[in-house]
Design a protein around this ligand. Sequence first.
Ligand SMILES: CC(=O)N[C@H]1[C@@H](OP(=O)(O)OP(=O)(O)OC[C@H]2O[C@@H](n3ccc(=O)[nH]c3=O)[C@H](O)[C@@H]2O)O[C@H](CO)[C@@H](O)[C@@H]1O
Ligand SMILES: C=C(OP(=O)(O)O)C(=O)O
Length: 431
Amino acid sequence: MDKIRIVGGAPLNGVIPISGAKNAALPLMIGSLLTKETLTLENMPLLADVTQLERILGNHGVDFSISGKRRGETENAGRTVHFTAREIVDTTAPYELVSRMRASFWVFAPLLARMGECRVSLPGGCAIGTRPVDLLLMALEKLGAKIDIENGYVVGSARNGLVGGDITFDKVTVGGTHVALMAASLARGTTVLRNAAREPEIVDLADCLTKMGARISGAGTSTIEIEGVTSLSGARHTVMPDRIEAGTYAMAVAMTGGDVLLAGARADLFQAAVDALVAAGVKVTETNEGLRVSRNGSGLAAVDVTTAPFPDFPTDLQAQFMALMTRAKGVSRITETIFENRFMHVQELARLGAHIRLDGDTAIVTGADHLEGAPVMATDLRASVSLVIAALAARGETTINRVYHLDRGFERLEKKLSDCGAQIERISGHG
Ligand SMILES: CC(=O)N[C@H]1[C@@H](OP(=O)(O)OP(=O)(O)OC[C@H]2O[C@@H](n3ccc(=O)[nH]c3=O)[C@H](O)[C@@H]2O)O[C@H](CO)[C@@H](O)[C@@H]1O
Ligand SMILES: C=C(OP(=O)(O)O)C(=O)O
């Protein structure tokens, strides 16, 4: 298993290119199952989750080819990938493929909408919480699907096709909104989603589906209306920039000090986190090329944040912000309201000398004078990168084990950071 070794203390200076968003790319790829024609996605990130989803789609019969930039050439960010689901050859998504990545469960919606039947393994448990799929299934039942659970598989049928319906989510769910958007696009009649997720990735999927011929209004607000169509066509769409990757590097620069241009980043996609950084004493400037983030000389102030659905502070940046606050002056309270167990990074940050106390859903972080390098273990995707941020500022050497978590969501992380002056290297598990 690969490890990452970091020697802390170097400020970050230079340019970090922001990749296409993992959390937009995954539902967009799944959307390719809705049409016989080719869906072309530009600015695709090269990530373990994307490769895993390609495997899953391949099992259903999706052909994919890469143009412009070639797979395997690690320098090549922003690939263009063509997905063609001319025929669905298998409507089952097996446990071996689905259990490794939660978003893969979302194939349920296009398979059901296009084929009238599907069988998808329940997604596995996850380090950050239990993550049920009840709201996703509720939405599909409102569209006329019959849902059964058999031997760990969710079996869906809608022999006469899905029909439009009125769906109210009692909790905001990104996955539930993605699934409902895809299914309702091919349902007969009109569907209304209430208390829908407003995340930018929802808007990206809705934009792409609209290019494919779907009739959607209100994406980006809490009420979305979809008028079903009988078939969708191919389209070409550019994956939005990764706001979580951008926020992560912004926090890394805030932590080490320095001056970095996050090329392609947009503040409006993670304004709540930008506001928290500014409150902590970080300078963030919008430019035509992206966001410029700098901190020179001044210390960090403690800031309280509470995670909540968009447009509030994203849960996917909670761990990174906590890492930053371990070096702030004073006490900050970080409250997690989305996932019940998203504090796995706390004990690992403590190994680096962080002072953090947990009180229910709140972490109380008292800024430390300095952090010290140590061996630590990555527990999930964003927790792992919070350890990278802490290690970049810690005295001496930190080794992060289990970095496969990082590879799920960060493209060329070591290169992007070392190009800006960080002392970071990957140690191959076989080396
Ligand atoms: C691939 C992707 O885009 N993943 C993101 C997506 O995950 P995901 O779509 O899985 O997250 P949801 O928005 O659905 O989850 C929000 C909350 O609703 C709960 N819930 C969800 C569905 C359901 O049927 N029942 C239920 O109770 C979840 O357990 C959680 O507490 O949004 C999360 C919240 O912004 C992000 O952290 C993830 O990075
Ligand atoms: C939790 C995340 O992803 P997933 O929903 O795929 O587990 C994430 O991207 O931080």
